[in-house]
Design a protein around this ligand. Sequence first.
Ligand code: 5AD
Ligand code: SF4
Length: 464
Amino acid sequence: MKEKKVYIYTIGCQMNVYDSEQIENLLQPVNYSKTDSLEHADLIIVNTCSIRAKAEEKAFSFLGRASQIKNKNHQLIIGIGGCVAQQEGEKIFKRVPQVDIVFGTRAIGRLPKHVTEIEKNRERIVDIDMSVSLEDDLYPITDYQTGTDISKFVTIMRGCDNFCTYCVVPYVRGRETSRVPEAIISEIENLVSNGIKEVTLLGQNVNSYGKKEGWCSFPDLLSKVNDIDGLKRIRFATSHPKDLSDELIQAIASLDKLVKHIHLPVQSGSDRILKKMNRHYTKEIYIDKVNRLKKAVPNVEITTDMIVGFPGESKDDFEETIHLMKTVQFDGLFAFKYSDRPDAPAESFMPKVYEAEKKDRLKIILDLQETITRSKHQEEIGKIKEILVEGYSKHSETKSTEPSTGKKVQWTGRTSGITIVNFIDDSKPGQENEKLTGQMVKIKIEKAFSHSLWGKKNTNGYTI
Ligand code: 5AD
Ligand code: SF4
């Protein structure tokens, strides 16, 4: 049978990256292998995100490109999956008639069946059924082509029950459901046996992992993952501040493989806005949790998400956000201009903040964060940091595995937090061919930039 090619275009969060890997693996038994060329594809899949209006626009603009190819090659199959597919269902056919398959966020497991069906009788399919159990939809990947990767995402739960008023996730990803711990552990063991050193455990709200099902708690799961031989680092995302427990703080403090980093989206510094967002905490409660974290885990790195221009956000509310940022001193910030989402209650909240005002507020907090990060990075100069090496840095002068012609190999990795460290290996002058990828190394920091640090590894290594 002729081998066919699938081109997968992924938009959005880490969970979509994981889902796209699932899609790639699931399509192999029905004879599809991945291609990086749109023009040579027999099947084009776009895995979409609808968290903000911009992400949704990106999906339709890509579908426009794919449709033009289909106009020349009628055999081409186009599938749209993920959150926009779940949200829009068959309305997508009206907007983009070239689409053949619309599959929702819990239909990934059924995609190969739909593709085979379309190949036979070319009749459009919509599958946005969310009733399927998670284990029937998530297929642990057993045959990873990890290549040079050292890090992978592993979904541990899906959906969200929090219903923040601006957010579309509960509607497009459904209720919270967790995977059985054994399935997660065996997937990670498998990844590790294929060379993976770091995993990021994913869920919209990992703190409620296993609660509904009565399985182990999230900190218990972390402890089980920590026991996996050969795994070097564990990351996780995302934690809802209202559910950040002392047990989790203790886990971050004590589990040796767990990074000293937490992504703790705050969204706003104004109690009034937090209430309208349905976040279930105040600025004071948030700061108190951060202080407990910092006390239990010295050097913990905290990153956050912030929304500016939520309906009704006044200048005073925005000042509260700035005050919160100055108080907490985040290590990283993902900031977004509020955008209305279908189904999310805030769509009807008034008054809306003008686009130009949102743009100004966004710039103000991004600039503030840049100043904070830069000064935090400055403080790292002279310190020795433990880095998990991810590979060659994009600034590397050479990737030669031969003793080089004087050119330096530059490596890249991350601290036990989120900071990127680029470094050169001074230990063997002229022989930078040492295989460092996937190793933990100690680096002396010599320079600080806004988005990264730079340092050196020496002959004997350093002791911390
Ligand atoms: N508008 C802007 N940002 C949003 N986010 C979620 N919904 C919206 C929206 N309607 C942001 C939140 C969330 C992150 C993933 O996306 O900050 O934490
Ligand atoms: Fe959306 Fe709130 Fe759930 Fe996060 S916790 S996915 S912001 S509803």
